[in-house]
Design a protein around this ligand. Structure first.
Ligand SMILES: [Fe+2]
Length: 183
């Protein structure tokens, strides 16, 4: 799979620029996790990049979200492991997480939103000075960025990461593409 082709397909299927940024952030963190665990960086990164490609196409129908995405990913040449991770990231389908790729995508998905929200309440609204400790503090405030599912983020333990380390990796990975994220 060619990343440029994948990006082109995302741009053709997704209008919401914030959703595209979410997929880019997910890709960046997935790449960092793949490097950390000595997994296939391209496979993990493109899984993150593609995982929500069907959100607008399925128009809020959680029963079809990620089923269509997995099909589209397969059509683009994704491996079965990538398609499975995309399918399983929507808990609604009740598909068990079978391996580290499935688990990594699942806990990374909501982390991006928490980090974005923690950045946007800073005076400079920049990722640059954001510290893991302040994101951790926000993590514990239930009403802050309530859409960022805390239980799901905490499942980083399933891939062998402590929460503070996971948050730190997430910030660093997103900081490396801060311009693309506009943060
Ligand atoms: Fe997502």
């Amino acid at each position: 799979m060619d990343r440029e082709d994948v990006l082109g397909s995302i741009q053709a299927n997704v209008e919401n620029q914030n959703l595209i940024k979410h997929m880019l952030a997910t890709e960046a963190i997935m790449r960092a996790l793949a490097r950390r665990f000595d997994e296939d960086e391209e496979e993990w990164g493109l899984t993150g990049l593609l995982h929500d490609i069907d959100v607008e196409l399925t128009d809020g129908d959680m029963g079809s979200h990620s089923k269509l995405g997995a099909d589209l990913a397969r059509e683009m040449g994704a491996t079965e492991a990538m398609a499975h991770a995309i399918l399983a990231h929507n808990e609604r389908h009740g598909i068990p997480h079978e391996n580290r790729l499935d688990r990594a995508l699942f806990c990374t998905d909501p982390l991006t939103g928490l980090i974005v929200a923690a950045t946007l309440v800073r005076p400079d609204r920049k990722l640059d000075g954001l510290e893991a400790s302040s994101v951790l503090k926000r993590f514990k405030e239930k009403s802050f960025a309530a859409g960022a599912n805390r239980e799901q983020i905490a499942r980083c333990c399933d891939i062998g990461l402590e929460l503070d380390e996971f948050i730190e990796m997430g910030i660093a990975a997103m900081r490396a593409i801060a311009d693309d994220l506009g943060l």
